[in-house]
Write a protein that binds this ligand. Structure first.
Ligand code: GYE
Length: 307
């Protein structure tokens, strides 16, 4: 039930906290920075980390969680590649008395007692911010602004929410329309492929590309340039994450706006793990602070960019 409290979990008699972390994969620069942050924060906190990379496959995450249960870790942290299909394995974790924290992405479940807290960004707000920037910077001239959406992994919470927030912000504004929307699975290659497919099948008629992450945006930039379409001027490009590569692309004039999503979740996460082990209550939701950047501040911000 939803009343699961820390006291119900059995505390293990050992000096080092053992954490099992099931990571999504290595699909993006954001993800690599996220993994690095988690590993180094665990090291600094003296926490022993059992880290499994699932290569974007849910079955591998389920397998990893079952391994963590066998290993009797103290805490399981899951960054779920997709948002559904977790009830069975998380029930197994609960029955084994192991608390589960969600990191970065969320799950859909009727039983919110299956995890204690969620640490991550407000993806809906990121979607709204992307659309707000577009509305302020790209004005409809000859009919509605035609937007191509490069979606992340289908079924992943950031994909669904970045889409919903964006559409919510656009609702009722006839000056903007999503003309085309495909999933590029959050990868550079995925972004490239969407542009290639489009150009093969249609005349180029897109004003704005809204990419759910930087890697897909940069893959799109690469494919556009190969076809003689100038990214950043012929077509305006807005993406989410705000990695160093995105800042460099803004400095080079090839990307117009990066809505920040902070991957450096390690310190907050390890703090939550330690609090939990000391019997403290965790907040239901831990949100990270984020901003919106464009070419006007890219050079300045790049100097201190950590990922
Ligand atoms: O935006 C993307 C990554 O879940 C917030 O996953 C994360 C997203 C991030 O692959 O680059």
């Amino acid at each position: 039930d939803s009343e699961v409290k820390w006291e119900q979990y059995k505390k293990k008699d050992r000096n080092t906290i053992q954490v099992g972390y099931s990571q999504v994969g290595t699909e993006s620069a954001w993800r690599l920075a996220n993994t690095e942050s988690i590993k180094s924060a665990a090291r600094e906190a003296g926490i022993s980390l059992h880290f499994e990379d699932a290569d974007q496959q849910q079955e591998r995450q389920i397998e990893a969680i079952r391994t963590f249960i066998k290993e009797e870790v103290d805490v399981i942290v899951l960054s779920p590649v997709v948002d559904s299909g977790w009830d069975e394995v998380l029930t197994e974790a609960r029955e084994a008395g192991i608390p589960v924290l969600l990191s970065d992405r969320r799950i859909e479940t009727e039983d919110d007692g299956l995890y204690l807290t969620y640490i991550g960004a407000d993806f809906m707000e990121e979607g709204r911010r992307a659309m707000r920037w577009i509305a302020a910077n790209v004005k409809p001239e000859h009919g509605p602004v035609r937007i191509m959406e490069l979606q992340g992994t289908l079924g992943a919470s950031p994909t669904a929410e970045r889409k919903r927030g964006f559409e919510e912000q656009m609702a009722g504004n006839p000056g903007y329309r999503i003309a085309y929307s495909e999933s590029g699975d959050f990868t550079y290659e995925g972004g490239r492929r969407i542009i290639e497919d489009y150009i093969e099948n249609y005349p180029w008629d897109i004003d704005v590309i809204y990419a759910h992450n930087d890697d897909m945006a940069l893959g799109a930039v690469n494919a556009l340039e190969e076809h003689g379409i100038h990214a950043g001027s012929d077509v305006v490009i807005v993406s989410v994450d705000g990695t160093k590569d995105a800042f460099q692309a803004m400095i080079d004039g090839k990307l117009n706006c990066a809505v920040e999503c902070n991957p450096l979740l390690g310190p907050q996460l390890m703090k939550a793990v330690q609090d939990l082990m000391e019997g403290k209550e965790l907040p239901l939701r831990i949100i990270t602070e984020e901003k919106v950047y464009d070419q006007t501040d890219a050079r300045e911000v790049m100097k201190e960019r950590r990922y």
